[in-house]
Design a protein around this ligand. Structure first.
Ligand SMILES: [Mn+2]
Length: 322
């Protein structure tokens, strides 16, 4: 057993035994979710298995940021996922992160839940949940290896993308020695670190700069709580031509000063509610997010709210009292 997960070997065995596997990651997938999804599909195909990969809410539109990943052409629309005996759920901190695909996943005889979110409720019939793993991609890499998959450039590129995004380019606290050893090993397969860095971090449309400008302009510092917040509206997206999928890392731009430990970015949703992204340099914020129906990691979490002002007040108060 490679990781400290009681059901690791069972997960490897289930993947090896399955002739076909449906695979899904969470709604609004990030680099880790997508990299894990595509690597798992490509890897299992190499073992001769049929795979069906998608996520809830996927449209036929090309991906904004991660379209360069191998295997995107083979992704299905969520409605086209068939009922399979084995279902692999990736990077989902809870079953509802599967969105509309949750019922299909529940129907599978074997539901393998592979994830690294603390507070994962072990919704699978087999659970591999390792909160101190850098990324789900790190776990998928080891699972595929143990199942007998030989890596190639495509698989390694997907895995590397998952790791480099979830570690903030190897800068967050989840960057462990084994994370860098795995990343180094992936580069042995001719993965181009600079190409991936450019494709992921430097390929936004020009309007992205204007959007960053709006958010920096609006940033408010709550000095005694070492807390900064800002927001973006639907009108900002229309004006700048940036899609909501391209706003994942915006919150990092407002936490980049020594005045703050915690940053919150409020993003207006089509229904008028606010999706809140939280990032911290130290104080845990996952509990605050979970208490409001969200989730995430200790230092990176999120939730949805109707009341922006209430959240700002409550979070500032919470941080002052630490
Ligand atoms: Mn992840």
């Amino acid at each position: 057993m490679r990781h400290d997960a009681a059901q690791w070997d069972e997960a490897v065995e289930a993947l090896r035994a399955a002739p076909e596997v449906a695979i899904a990651c969470h709604v609004n997938p990030d680099g880790d979710a997508l990299g894990s999804l595509l690597a798992a599909a490509l890897g299992l195909q190499k073992l001769g298995k049929k795979t069906y990969a998608s996520w809830s809410g996927r449209s036929a539109e090309p991906l904004a940021t991660f379209g360069f990943l191998s295997g995107v052409d083979n992704l299905l629309l969520p409605d086209d996922l068939p009922e399979t005996e084995t279902f692999l759920a990736l990077d989902c901190g809870a079953a509802d992160r599967l969105g509309d695909l949750e019922p299909l996943a529940r129907k599978a005889q074997t539901l393998i839940n592979v994830d690294h979110h603390p507070g994962n409720d072990d919704f699978g019939t087999i659970n591999v949940v390792i909160p101190n793993a850098s990324s789900t991609a790190e776990l998928v890499a080891d699972l595929l290896r143990d199942a007998g998959v030989e890596f190639d450039r495509d698989i390694a590129s997907c895995l590397y993308t998952g790791i480099v995004t979830d570690t903030g380019r190897f800068s967050y606290a989840n960057t462990r020695p084994q994370t860098l050893r795995l990343a180094a090993n992936l580069l042995e397969y001719d993965v181009s670190a600079p190409d991936i860095a450019r494709d992921v971090f430097e390929s936004a449309p020009f309007g992205y700069l204007k959007l960053v400008g709006h958010i920096l302009e609006r940033a408010e510092l709550v000095e005694d709580a070492r807390f900064v917040y800002s927001w973006l509206t639907r009108a900002d997206l229309d004006e700048t031509g940036v899609s909501i999928e391209e706003t994942d890392r915006l919150v990092e731009t407002i936490r980049a000063t020594r005045a703050v430990d915690v940053a919150a970015l409020f993003k207006e949703q089509p229904d008028g509610r606010w999706r809140v992204s939280l990032r911290s340099k130290g104080p845990g914020i996952a509990e605050f997010a979970r208490a409001r129906g969200g989730g995430g990691h200790e230092l990176a979490a999120g939730f949805t709210t109707d009341d922006r002002d209430e959240v700002i007040e409550a979070l500032a108060e919470d941080l002052r009292n630490r």
